[in-house]
Write a protein of this length. Structure first.
Length: 315
């Protein structure tokens, strides 16, 4: 239908179009609402710790307290998360007297299981040998899983399940004001109204994964026409015309109504105006646009599987 109707896909970032392709390369939908994962950070907690903010551009370095520039990756995040994790006595996680049983501020969290970002992103065909019925996981996956375990149980900079469910991190981790960095999709802007007047925050790109590349997990919504529906050609054409309207002319209005970031560039200014009025602080919303080019290709493993891994590490 896209080709037959002459629908112009060139207005979308190519990475977003690929996001909607299946393993055979077939387009299953047209981009509509997208939610790139970003690093939400509490600017007040960074200021209190005397730390530089995370970089606002992909590929830009992070400036450490001693002035050295280092890559914005998960090793760097691990180091600054220690400084940003503080116990009831005011000791941070770099200090000998730090008490992991009395933490009052955490450095990092992966809300809603975006922990897969620390891995490289590979399709199942990349590591599954169907003939031998064996799976060989990349070395960076082993490194990343160990990295996550160490943050929870060695450094104590990521809350375990007990802390995550405690009053300290309610109504949700980052929204509590007691979490310095959270890697979570952009739709989390739904849930930060309590921050206004209480703490300042902004967003930054996600850190580079353990393969050295940038991978942005992308939640996405769209509308679809069911292929095997019992429709005439005329009805299908009419339905696609209506669908095209929703994805183009109505995208800005629907995006605001749904609280969704439009994939269509022409519809994004309305979202920026709306979100800036809701959160009037100095928030770098251009990070959302820049993140689209780094969207992970094709669907991710099931959320149930990823969430279970997330829970297993933190339990």
């Amino acid at each position: 239908m896209v080709e037959a109707s002459g629908f112009d896909l060139s207005t979308f970032d190519p990475a977003l179009v690929d996001l909607y392709r299946n393993d055979a390369g077939e387009l299953t939908a047209i981009p509509f609402a997208v939610y790139p994962s970003v690093t939400f950070y509490n600017a007040d907690l960074f200021d209190e710790a005397g730390l530089s903010y995370p970089p606002s551009e992909f590929g830009a370095p992070y400036v450490m307290p001693d002035g050295t520039e280092v890559p914005w990756n998960y090793d760097t995040v691990a180091e600054i998360a220690k400084i940003l994790t503080v116990d009831a006595n005011g000791n941070d996680a770099t200090m000998d007297g730090f008490d992991p049983t009395a933490i009052e501020q955490f450095g990092l969290n992966f809300q809603w299981a975006r922990v897969r970002l620390i891995w490289s992103y590979l399709q199942p065909a990349s590591f599954y040998d169907a003939a031998a019925n064996t799976i060989t996981l990349p070395e960076e996956w082993h490194q990343a899983t160990q990295w996550y375990w160490d943050r929870v149980w060695v450094d104590h900079t990521v809350p375990n399940s007990t802390y995550a469910a405690s009053d300290l991190l309610q109504p949700s981790g980052f929204a509590s004001g007691n979490l310095a960095m959270s890697i979570v999709p952009l739709w989390y802007t739904c849930c930060l109204d309590n921050s206004v007047g209480n703490f300042n925050w902004s967003i930054a790109p996600v850190p580079a994964s353990f393969d050295g590349e940038q991978h942005v997990a992308m939640d996405a919504d769209t509308f679809r026409l069911v292929k095997n529906a019992n429709r005439s050609e005329e009805a299908t054409a009419a339905a696609f015309t209506a669908l095209s309207y929703l994805l183009t002319d109505a995208a800005a209005t629907l995006g605001s109504a749904y609280g969704a970031f439009p994939a269509l560039p022409a519809a994004q200014p309305v979202w920026f105006d709306s979100i800036s009025a809701r959160y009037p602080g100095e928030i770098d919303w251009t990070v959302a646009v820049d993140s689209l080019a780094y969207a992970n290709p094709r669907p991710a493993p099931s959320r149930v599987e990823r969430s279970q891994l997330h829970a297993n590490v933190r339990a």
